[in-house]
Design a binder for this molecule. Sequence first.
Ligand SMILES: Nc1ncnc2c1ncn2[C@@H]1O[C@H](COP(=O)(O)OP(=O)(O)OP(=O)(O)O)[C@@H](O)[C@H]1O
Ligand SMILES: [Mg+2]
Length: 185
Amino acid sequence: MIDELFLYSKLDLHRLPFHFEKILFDQYLQDFVEELRLDVEGQKVEVELTIEKNNNYEIYGDREHLKRVIMNIVNNSLKYIEKDNKKLSFHLSTIDSKILFKMADNGPGIAEENLPFIFDRFYRADMARGTEKGGSGLGLSITKRIIEEHQGNIWAESKKGQGTTILFTLEKAGDINENHINYRR
Ligand SMILES: Nc1ncnc2c1ncn2[C@@H]1O[C@H](COP(=O)(O)OP(=O)(O)OP(=O)(O)O)[C@@H](O)[C@H]1O
Ligand SMILES: [Mg+2]
């Protein structure tokens, strides 16, 4: 909790260093998913990955921080899905100059009235219910700050009882160059 809070504060103050480099995000996500499959081996977790073909997924990003982003999303699903058979479906595609990441789960979903707040710091949608899962409500706020440092957007789609999908976009490397991002401020 202290570490998360410290990290959030640093992100909030734009004092967390970012090391931007070229990343082939399709390869990167494939590697991540392979590792995840090994991590959840023996548990009833199905991990699906689809990558739309013939697209350019080159971005500028910070490998370590982006890993935290995806881990936070995955850990939420693993924590909140109460079914015996958990399912995580990753999907990668592009829209115009952006790549689009999606990860859908088969969990309990999030009520519409709570959805706008899940990226706020300390916000926990199920606090009022008796189903306390533990956590500080910082995971998604950290995730959002990291995506914003990459000039991306992040949002969620969900219906109570029908699972949750977390989506984010990142600009393709295209014309922007590394220096532009690094010296942006
Ligand atoms: N996949 C999901 N399914 C259902 N609810 C979710 C899911 N992901 C997030 N939520 C809801 O959004 C809230 C905020 O998520 P966030 O990751 O920021 O905090 P947390 O998981 O409660 O705590 P922390 O991540 O700091 O341990 C959660 O408390 C939960 O109510
Ligand atoms: Mg969390």
